[in-house]
Design a protein around this ligand. Structure first.
Ligand SMILES: Cc1cc2nc3c(=O)[nH]c(=O)nc-3n(C[C@H](O)[C@H](O)[C@H](O)COP(=O)(O)OP(=O)(O)OC[C@H]3O[C@@H](n4cnc5c(N)ncnc54)[C@H](O)[C@@H]3O)c2cc1C
Length: 141
C-alpha cells in the first residue's frame, strides 16, 4: 500500500497510522462527529511521507526565512532553494523555463493523472478571479 501512491488513503486507521484526532473545534469540522478531525501520522519507516499523497509541495518560503531568523543558520529559503532545484526532475512542460525548477534530479515531478474535472475546476477558479499559480514558484499564494 505504501508503494502505490493512490492507495495511501487506505493506510489511515491501520497499524501504520498513529491515528490522532484533534480536540473538538469551535469554528471548523462542523460536519464531523464531536467537531473533531482525523489527524493521520505515519507510524512506520518513512514517517508520514509513507502515508502521504505525494503532491510535490516544498513549503512556504516565509517558514524557512523565519526558522533562519530564529537561529537555524543556512535554512533560509534562498539557501535551500538550490537543493530543491537540484533534487528535482520536473517534467511539467509549462514550467520548463522557470528558474524555480530543475531537471535531472532524482525526484520526478509530473502533472499527475488529470481528469476532465481538473479543467472544469480551473475554469471555475478563473471565473471567480483566482490566479492560477505554481505553488512552488515565485508566488505561493
Ligand atoms: C494523509 C496525508 C497526506 C499528505 N499528503 C501530502 C502531500 O501530498 N504532499 C506533501 O508535501 N505533504 C503531504 N503530507 C504531509 C507530509 O507527509 C508531512 O508533513 C511530512 O511527512 C512530515 O515529516 P516529518 O519528518 O516532520 O514527520 P513524520 O514523517 O511524521 O516523522 C515523524 C516520525 O517520528 C515517529 N514517532 C513519533 N512519535 C514517536 C515516538 N514516541 N517514538 C518513536 N517514534 C515516534 C513517527 O512514527 C514518524 O516516523 C501528508 C500527510 C498525510 C498524513
Amino acid at each position: 500500500m505504501i508503494q502505490v501512491p493512490i492507495a495511501a488513503l487506505g493506510l489511515q486507521n491501520t497499524k501504520e497510522d498513529w491515528a490522532f484526532r484533534t480536540v473538538p473545534q469551535k469554528h471548523a469540522c462542523l460536519g464531523l462527529k464531536e467537531q473533531r478531525s482525523a489527524w493521520p501520522r505515519g507510524k512506520v519507516l518513512g514517517g508520514s511521507s509513507s502515508l502521504n499523497i505525494m503532491h510535490y509541495i516544498r513549503g512556504s518560503k516565509h517558514d524557512y526565512d523565519s526558522w533562519a531568523r530564529e537561529g537555524c543558520e543556512g535554512w533560509d529559503f534562498k539557501a535551500v532553494l538550490p537543493y530543491f532545484i537540484k533534487s528535482e526532475d520536473n517534467q511539467i512542460l509549462a514550467l520548463n523555463d522557470s528558474e524555480y525548477h530543475g531537471k535531472g534530479g532524482y525526484l520526478t515531478v509530473t502533472d499527475g493523472s488529470t481528469t476532465p474535472l481538473v479543467d472544469v475546476f480551473e475554469r471555475a477558479m478563473r471565473e471567480l478571479g483566482y490566479p492560477l499559480t505554481d505553488c512552488n514558484g515565485k508566488s505561493q499564494k
